[in-house]
Ligand binder design. Structure first.
Ligand SMILES: NC(=O)c1ccc[n+]([C@@H]2O[C@H](COP(=O)([O-])OP(=O)(O)OC[C@H]3O[C@@H](n4cnc5c(N)ncnc54)[C@H](OP(=O)(O)O)[C@@H]3O)[C@@H](O)[C@H]2O)c1
Length: 294
């Protein structure tokens, strides 16, 4: 008997994400089981329900998706999920809270279509949020020297350290660097992107980070990607649907322009969950999937 593919959706929010549910159904999941307002203390019993119901050889047909809007809460759930497994009693799990892993992977994959990442210089504007941190980590893991920008130096420094630690934990050896950079004015931003071939703007929705004059004045730029879909956009003079559109000699992507790749990566990551019972798909593993499917 072939067991149906069951995805258990764990979400810390009041209502489990409808976006995550739709993607699950579109990724050939047979049965979606949703839990909302999930707290770390409830995870162990939910995981036990998943691992004690089918034989070990059938556990690859059960998987867990951790979503919701708050990435740090989701990370706490992931920690509990992984700690509830033992021996072969485990199921595969994907974390993509707030779309952070799939969005970051899509942005870096989009950039890699137009330039060699290894040895390049890249700036991640507002790189301290969950998406920007992951973008920085994927870029650095690909050999890019990253300048990570924040309005507060301490935040940029903390994230640069976390990026180094995450790469080390994933056993990714790189000579590349992540350098913190603090901006206050447009002149500061010009300094932050100076010499960069790639800029990825990962600021909060509705916040402009790079004005048109500064963008046009940056002569080394080849690729600009803006992940903010809400006007005003993060990069002035680009459009949300830009997808490899050349503007002033620079290849530009808007948030919707990388959205198709993001959705492809998300669906493929869910499909992969059902290929074995021991996958833990976090930022690096999601990025690997993104690189494979382009
Ligand atoms: N296409 C998709 O499917 C998708 C999925 C997820 C996210 N996104 C978009 O990706 C972007 C990044 O997401 P996120 O969740 O990582 O963002 P976030 O945490 O909301 O914000 C990222 C950073 O923006 C900076 N920021 C916040 N308010 C600001 C202000 N008033 N002025 C200047 N900078 C400000 C902060 O950096 P500092 O305080 O350190 O300066 C913050 O850490 C967002 O625009 C989001 O909407 C798109």
């Amino acid at each position: 008997m072939t067991h149906p593919k069951i995805l258990i959706q764990l979400d810390p929010d009041k209502h489990a994400s409808s976006f995550d549910a739709v993607v699950a159904v579109d990724s050939d999941v047979d049965q979606l089981v949703q839990y909302s307002q999930v707290e770390p203390s409830s995870v162990r019993d939910l995981v036990h329900g998943a691992i004690f119901t089918r034989g070990v050889e059938d556990l690859k047909n059960t998987a867990i998706f951790i979503g919701g809007s708050d990435v740090s809460n989701a990370e706490k759930l992931l920690h509990q999920v992984v700690n509830s497994f033992f021996g072969p009693m485990r199921v595969s799990v994907l974390l993509d809270a707030n779309g952070a892993n799939t969005t970051a992977a899509a942005a870096v994959v989009a950039a890699s279509r137009h330039m060699e990442l290894a040895g390049a210089k890249a700036t991640v504007l507002a790189g301290t949020g969950p998406v920007g941190q992951r973008v920085a980590r994927m870029l650095m893991g690909s050999g890019c020297n990253v300048t990570l920008v924040s309005r507060r130096m301490e935040r940029a420094e903390k994230v640069c350290e976390a990026v180094h630690d995450a790469l080390k934990a994933d056993e990714i050896a790189t000579e590349a660097t992540a350098t913190p950079f603090c901006v206050d004015t447009a002149d500061d931003t010009a300094g932050a992107i100076s010499g960069s071939q790639l800029v990825i703007a990962a600021g909060a929705a509705g916040i402009q980070l790079l004005d048109e004059k500064t963008r046009k004045g940056s002569k080394d730029l080849s690729v600009v990607i803006d992940l903010n879909a809400v006007p005003p956009l993060g990069v002035e003079g680009t459009e949300v649907f830009d997808k490899a559109v050349e503007r002033d000699g620079v290849i530009c992507y808007g948030a919707a322009g990388v959205g198709g790749t993001k959705m492809k990566i998300h669906r493929e990551a869910i499909r992969r969950l059902f290929t074995s019972n021991d996958l833990v798909l976090e930022a690096q593993q999601v990025y690997e999937i993104g690189k494979e499917i382009g």
